[in-house]
Design a protein around this ligand. Structure first.
Ligand code: SF4
Length: 504
């Protein structure tokens, strides 16, 4: 095993040699990781690797790990264990582990799983191809972790998963110190990209046919702190409004303590910024928020929501909630339920607190598991009740849907397609009948349709009414070309991501 200071360039001879090698990236965790995986895929393709066809064993498996979720390490070592016999049976196969867990556990990964070839961290994903090459050349595991970001990941090659929607990173890292969160120690202090670079990337995406972008950062509305402009995020939203061809702008995640009125004004006054806000609450109890070291209070959170709804009446507001933070009493939990009722959330990612080694809260006495479970069930039931009421209010209303891939598990059986409304709600809609059996679909992923909501469930809407409008888009054309019978390549849709950044 070798701990090396930095990666080198891949020699051309080796590039040629590995030109036929295939890869697979397995992603865990938040949108930041999903986007990093697009960079990892781009880097590998730039270095001559090809994506492994579905169902075929790849030559290189890359795990992009997450340290935020419970038992992340057990899951990783379990998966690595399953791969050992596969690797033994396949000469030349390599396994690489990157992401937050790799940044945290470093050389421990190859100590526990010596069949791993490469370990790289969150700050040096660009080193992956060189490290794979060096591990092959030296027949020795390569562990390279650096302490701060060397190259902003957005400057690296990328293989986008979607023809119609793209992630655009505006910052990485976080300057906060929430006591439950491991992110600051693994992703480092906040680093902001310059607005000009962000906008250039957005324009390039739009030129390729993308019509929706999501601005990504651990704490998007502290964007600008690094270059001394506290109004930079609102200004960036307004600048997105000037990008021709860009239909939808989303962002995740804002931190309530940093939410300023100019951002609400920019959201309301910029037509392509979607009427949606995902703003982590974590707890409705001021006492717990203080213990979490989150500097806003419940009243401040609700005041932001009121201001957003006053400016954007149709805004769908979603959140993240933690149940059972150490010391949480029934009274604290009741305060969370109260805020959930008052906020009328359209949805929430709910988590049972579990300690993350290395965080300040990890050593605090835990709330008994059974108590946490019982509170969690009450919270989930209330979130469903509130979000279902919000969804039912939309029955009979028109909705504009950006057609997606992979958002409707039952679509094949129901004859529907699925996509997202402007406010982020998931909608399954009836498709027009085929003109002739076997014809290519009239509506393609990436296209935009308008229809009427006919049914509401707690987590989705159904629109079984005839389409009112169908706009064919460049992204839809790209999808159709990639799925034409004589096309050899495979384009997949943006994976449905079930978890937020674990941040904000
Ligand atoms: S929860 Fe969000 S704001 Fe708090 S430290 Fe983690 S990344 Fe930063």
């Amino acid at each position: 095993m070798l701990v090396t200071p930095r990666a080198q360039t891949v020699p051309r001879t080796l590039l040629a040699e590995m030109s036929a090698r295939t890869y697979q990236v397995r992603t865990y965790g938040c949108q930041m990781n999903v986007h990093d995986s697009e960079r990892l895929a781009g880097l590998l393709e730039d270095a001559g690797y090809a994506r492994a066809p579905d169902g075929e064993a790849p030559d290189v498996v890359v795990f992009n790990t997450c340290a935020v979720r419970e038992n992340a390490d057990n899951r990783l070592y379990g998966n690595l264990g399953h791969l050992l016999p596969v690797k033994k049976a396949r000469a030349g196969m390599q396994i690489a582990v990157g992401g937050c867990l790799a940044q945290k556990d470093r050389a421990e990964i190859v100590a526990r799983a010596p069949w791993v070839d490469v370990v790289f961290g969150t700050h040096n994903i660009g080193a992956l191809p060189a490290l794979l090459d060096r591990a092959r050349h030296n027949a020795e595991a390569q562990v390279e972790i650096v302490e701060s970001l060397e190259v902003f990941p957005s400057t690296l090659p990328v293989r986008r998963e979607s023809t119609y929607a793209g992630w655009v990173s505006i910052s990485v890292g976080c300057n906060n110190t929430c006591t439950f969160c491991i992110v600051p120690s693994l992703r480092g202090r906040e680093k902001d990209r310059r607005p000009g670079e962000v906008l250039a990337e957005i324009r390039a995406l739009v030129a390729e046919g993308v019509s929706e972008i999501t601005l990504l950062g651990q704490n998007v509305n502290s964007y600008g702190v690094e270059f001394g402009d506290r109004y930079a995020f609102g200004a960036l939203l307004r600048a997105c409004g000037e990008v021709e061809g860009l239909d939808r702008v989303r962002f995740t995640s804002p931190h309530p303590a940093f939410f300023t009125d100019d951002v609400i004004e920019a959201m309301a006054q910029t037509p392509n910024v979607c009427p949606q806000l995902h703003m982590p609450l974590q707890s409705g109890s001021d006492r717990v928020l203080r213990a979490m070291r989150r500097s806003y209070r419940a009243a401040r959170y609700l005041a932001i929501i009121d201001a957003v709804r006053a400016a954007i009446p149709a805004a769908a507001i979603t959140t993240d909630l933690i149940v059972g933070f150490p010391g949480e009493t029934e009274e604290d939990f009741a305060a969370t339920l109260e805020v959930v009722r008052a906020a009328r959330f359209a949805g929430a990612f709910t988590f049972q607190y579990s300690p993350r080694p290395g965080t300040p809260a990890a050593d605090l006495p835990a709330v008994p598991k059974a108590v946490v479970q019982e509170r969690y069930e009450r919270l989930v039931a209330l979130v469903e009740e509130v979000s279902w009421a919000g969804n039912r209010a939309l029955v009979g209303q028109q909705v504009e849907i950006l057609v997606a891939v992979g958002e409707g598990r039952k679509d094949a059986g129901t004859g529907r397609m699925s996509g997202r409304a402007r406010d982020g709600r998931l909608v399954h809609f009836a498709t027009p009948p085929e003109v002739r059996p076997g014809d290519p679909p009239e509506v393609r992923p990436g296209d935009v349709v308008r229809t009427t909501v006919t049914y509401a469930a707690p987590h989705h809407l159904v629109a079984d009414a005839p389409l009112l409008a169908h706009r064919r888009t460049r992204a839809g054309d790209v999808w159709a070309a990639a799925h034409a019978p004589d096309h050899a390549g495979v384009l997949l849709g943006m994976p449905a991501v079930g978890a937020p950044l674990g941040s904000g």
